[in-house]
Design a binder for this molecule. Structure first.
Ligand code: GAL
Length: 408
């Protein structure tokens, strides 16, 4: 199905189409929490949503910018009602969804739900295919702010459709368009954030901004170091597609699970922050350790992620450094900020001393002295270079600015 704009005004340029969902939403990477990695289907409940909202306040997360409480797969009953409507599972939502969104809104937070472009969600609950308009109307009536849209049980050459199709019958664009159009159709009453979750298929980063506000660029983060390497390294080559209103989504922050050690958690959070990924916590805030809490509350890193320029960092190669290795985290990263440059140093493959001369950093120009601040250690300095001894899988994130301008 074509978007209404393509049909009605075929002469529209790509530039005009890229503003299709330019509705003031998603100008910065979204921040929040998602139920999925907490307890999968069991966490898709009012109880978890409200408990997490309380934690956002009591742990100071709301003040740092964490905003969305997102409920993932399994929130509805297994079938629609006789009028074709989705039904919130009464065991999980005893007072319905609206009571929860009202409460969450009253706390100054936002609420997200999950759907799927196929005829079933990935966990086998009703999908939205063929019901896009009426389902969006229902979301609006509940006050939902955010809509994650998955890619299971979609049109496929295999029959019956498998959960995850390996031979799709067309581009994912085809089945994401009707939902995008339904969301466009309610712009005047509700500005939904549309999060595409097609797992990076069909190079979604090249068209995601014309369909939604953020797009998953990979298959899931499984919570292990291999996932951080796989996803983090892949973010480098697609950095240019992220910008205000449309960001590469590197998937949820899988911290606090015991699969990553503290160094790995720091690199995970730091790399997601500088590549301008949404920062969505995939963990149970009731069980969070002080060490993980310190990482997710790092205001300097959050400020870098939320910088209004919205440009993602990517790798750069200082003179004499080895070439990037596919699937491994490269040591040297940099990206522009509205008031400077962020440099990331990642000990992704070996512990050691990592140094950069500022003259070699893209965006810092050839000469001059700079002021810098490192976000994990709090160290500050002035000069023409930085050098850190970094433990295996740890990271340093350095904000650099022309001398005398730094606001610390
Ligand atoms: C996957 C998706 C996950 C989660 C899960 C729910 O396809 O990538 O983030 O939403 O489905 O079943």
């Amino acid at each position: 199905m074509k978007s209404w704009k393509t049909v009605i005004i075929p002469a529209l340029t790509i530039a005009q189409l890229t503003s299709a969902l330019d509705n003031g939403v998603g100008l910065k990477p979204h921040m929040g929490w998602s139920s999925w990695n907490v307890a999968q289907c069991n966490a898709a409940s009012a109880k978890y949503a409200l408990a997490t909202a309380d934690k956002f306040i009591s742990l100071g997360l709301k003040d740092l910018g964490y905003e969305y409480i997102n409920i993932d797969d399994c929130w509805s009953t297994k079938s629609r009602d006789s009028a074709g409507r989705l039904v919130p599972d009464p065991a999980k939502w005893p007072n319905g969804i609206k009571a929860v969104t009202d409460k969450i809104h009253s706390m100054g937070l936002k609420f997200g739900l999950y759907g799927c472009a196929g005829d079933k969600t990935c966990a086998g609950y009703p999908g939205n295919e063929g019901h896009e308009k009426s389902d969006v109307a229902q979301l609006v009536s509940w006050g939902v702010d955010f809509w994650k849209y998955d890619n299971c049980y979609t049109p496929c050459r295999q029959s019956p459709r498998p959960q995850t199709c390996t031979s799709p019958a067309g581009s994912t664009k085809t089945w994401y368009a009707p939902m995008r159009d339904a969301i466009l159709g309610v712009q005047n009453t509700k500005k939904l954030h549309f999060n595409l979750c097609n797992w990076g298929r069909d190079e979604v980063w090249t068209w995601g901004a014309t369909y939604g506000h953020s797009w998953r660029m990979s298959v899931d983060n499984w919570g292990d170091w291999a996932s951080v390497e796989r996803i983090g390294s892949a973010a480098a080559s697609i950095h240019q597609y992220s910008g205000p209103g449309g960001f590469n989504d590197l998937d949820m922050l899988y911290l606090g699970s015991s699969k990553l050690n503290t160094n790995q958690e720091k690199l995970h959070f730091g790399l997601w922050a500088i590549t301008k990924s949404p920062l969505v916590l995939g963990l149970d805030l009731d069980k969070i350790s002080n060490s993980t809490l310190t990482i997710i509350r790092n205001k300097g890193l959050i400020d870098i992620n939320q910088d209004p320029l919205g440009k993602a960092a990517t790798t750069f190669r200082p003179p004499g450094s080895a070439a990037p290795v596919n699937g491994k985290i490269y040591p040297y990263w940099a990206g522009p900020l509205s008031d400077g440059v962020v440099v990331g140093l990642c000990a992704g493959t070996s512990a050691g001393t990592y140094s950069v001369n500022f003259k070699d950093v893209p965006g810092l120009g050839g000469s001059g002295s700079y002021e810098w601040r490192e976000m994990y250690t709090g160290q500050t300095g002035k000069g023409t270079s930085v050098s850190f001894s970094i433990g295996l899988h740890d990271m340093r994130v350095i904000k650099v600015i022309k001398e005398t301008k730094m606001e610390m």
